[in-house]
Design a protein around this ligand. Sequence first.
Ligand code: UD1
Length: 415
Amino acid sequence: MAKYIIRGGKKLEGKIEAESAKNAVLPLLAAACLTDEEVIIKNCPPILDVVSMVNILKELGVKVRYEGKNLIVDASSMHSYSIPYSLSKELRSSVFMLGALISRFKSAEASYPGGCDIGLRPIDLHLAGLKQMGVRVGEFGGEIVCKADKLTGGDIYFDFPSVGATENIMLAAVLAEGRTVIHNAAKEPEVEDLQQFINSMGGKVSGAGSSVITVDGVKRLHGTEYKPIFDRIEAGTYLVAAAATGGNIEISNCNPEKISALLHKLCENTCKITLNNDIIYLKSGSVRKSFNIETLPYPGFPTDMQAQMVALAAVSNGISVIRENIFETRFRHVRELNRMGANIVVKDRVAIVSGVKELSGAKVTAHDLRGGAALIVAGLNARGVTVIDDIRHVERGYYKPEEKFRMLGADFEKL
Ligand code: UD1
């Protein structure tokens, strides 16, 4: 199994470019199945989650190919609405296919989706929304079977602004009869990106980025060429890693406004942040200071940056208190960080982090995607050698981190 070997203690210095967002590309791939015309999604890194989603599409008869980093999707020969268990279990986003498949075939079959083991992650909101649109949903031994005579719009209220459920209902509603209004919708930038993508295909969606999204059903969608939004979590991970090493970096291809909750926390940590159009410059302060965080739906602090910030807090002066409000069991990185000399206590959903001067290298295991990223941040800070096992989790969401970190001067190998 592949591992990362990091010899820490080097300040990160230099420039990199942010990739397209994993969490934008995945629903876009589902949306691309709603037309028989060619769709080009530009600058898609072939990270493992994208590869898994492409495999699902291919299994359903969609032609997908890479040209450089562009993904070309042609769903004209799509013939199946049934996603096998072996593919559903690979990633959470297989659930988006329910909305797209029911829209296209009036039938969809899938297993309960996989993804990071960070909490219960039910899909009740997705299914309740689909039911309101006229879908009959059956659940048998982990399999979900959806059927509809026709899909009709209506008012859908979410108890919680779930990102995936919002996107799934948008996908189901684009070609449905009439108007669908999603209340208490997720406001994440990737939801806005899906709206822009659907509209570039001739859809009629408005309101994304606010808590009410309106979808007016259209008869058909056409092909498009589209560049997804930058990956705010990838960019954020590199910024946090630079801060943990006392480095200075710049990242281009960003929309800084979409990452401002993180940038404010990095300023509290005494980093100096400068913005110039799509470029974020980070200059570390001389002393790292503790900070408190509560993860919240956007525009609050993103849960996907919590683990990396725990690693930064572990080497920041004073006590940081970090509360995880979105997922129930998203602190599995803490045990690994403590093996590296961190001083962190977790009580229910709160991590109390007493900063130490520096960490020391150790053999550790990535248990999930962002938890793995936190171990990289820690390894870059640590004295000595850190070996990270099970890096397939990291490769689900980060494109060639070994090369990007080496470009920033890190001693970072993939074995
Ligand atoms: C998406 C992101 C993930 C991010 C998360 C929160 C993708 C591919 N993944 O995941 O990286 O961490 O948003 O920003 O975009 N919930 C329910 N019932 C449902 C759906 C969700 O109870 O039907 C709960 C979940 O268990 C969780 C919370 O709502 O506690 C947030 O989940 P949600 O916003 O749906 O996250 P995902 O779409 O899975």
